[in-house]
Design a protein around this ligand. Structure first.
Ligand code: SF4
Length: 197
């Protein structure tokens, strides 16, 4: 008798329960750990190494998201590179679709064409509302509409949002957590880095 395949475990960098700076409406943000694309000037280099950081199954993560209540309207997946964990990403987007009404936005350094040629790429995009795709190119830095650089593209994959929903999003968001820690997210966070000294 064949053993059932084990469920993939996600390797995550961090989770922010509520944000208004990473997509339309109030959203949870999930940073994947691991990226091999090496864009010069990447503003999130701590996410590149693929060593285990936060290990979580897709179903457990969705249960946590459901516990946040109805104020949260969607989930944004970023990184790191979500598509470097295709089995875990597919399990997560499937669980989100099967168990929630949350909208799904994915940031990727890959183009849509590259993703469609990946194993599970098409299946993942079929369950995605918005894909923001393309390498970050420092010489074309933009920092608007969730686009880090002007070569990146917003793909509206369902009828849930229009491009107008991205016009008024902040370039960055600053949150103070319960212990006084500062969390800076968005597409231009480097501008608020503290000065050395
Ligand atoms: S794809 Fe994203 S996380 Fe990876 S190096 Fe490029 S900007 Fe950084």
């Amino acid at each position: 008798m064949t053993e059932p395949a084990s469920k993939p475990v996600l390797n995550l960098h961090s989770i922010l329960d509520c944000s208004r700076g990473n997509g339309p409406g109030l959203r949870s943000v999930i940073w994947f750990q691991g990226c091999t694309l090496g864009c010069p000037g990447c503003f999130n280099p701590d996410t590149h190494a693929d060593q285990p950081r936060i290990s979580l199954g897709a179903d457990d993560l969705v249960t946590r998201l459901l516990g946040l209540g109805e104020a949260v309207q969607g989930v944004s997946l970023t990184g790191g590179e979500p598509f470097e964990q295709p089995e875990g990403l597919y399990a997560l987007v499937s669980a989100l679709r099967n168990r929630t009404e949350l909208s799904l936005l994915i940031f990727s350094g890959h183009s849509r064409g590259e993703i469609l040629r990946m194993p599970l790429g098409e299946e993942i995009l079929l369950r995605t509302d918005v894909l923001i795709a393309g390498r970050y190119l420092q010489r074309r830095h933009l920092g608007r509409r969730l686009l880090g650089s002007s070569n990146q593209k917003i793909h509206l994959l369902s009828g849930r949002y229009s491009l107008r929903d991205f016009d008024t999003l902040p370039e960055l968001e600053v949150q103070i957590d319960g212990r006084g820690g500062v969390v800076i997210t968005g597409v231009a966070p480097a501008e608020l880095e503290p000065e050395a000294g």
